[in-house]
Design a protein around this ligand. Sequence first.
Ligand SMILES: [Zn+2]
Length: 73
Amino acid sequence: MTARTTTHEGTASTVELTAADRCDRCSAAARVRATLPSGFELLFCKHHYNEHAARLAEQGAAVYEGAGEPVSA
Ligand SMILES: [Zn+2]
C-alpha cells in the first residue's frame, strides 16, 4: 500500500518506491508509480506497467519509475 510520508525534501511530486510497494495487479515489487490526473495512484511491476502503459498515457497519468531505469514505451 501507499504510505504517505508527510515531509521529505519538500517536493510535492513523488515518494520513492520501496520494497514494501507492491504491484496493484500482482504481488511483485512495484517498479512504476502512475498518478492519474484525479490524484489516484497505481503501482505496477514492470510487466503490468508495460501492459497498461498505453492506457495510462491516454488518461494523462504521470509516470514515475522507482528503480532508476528510464520509462520507455
Ligand atoms: Zn504486476
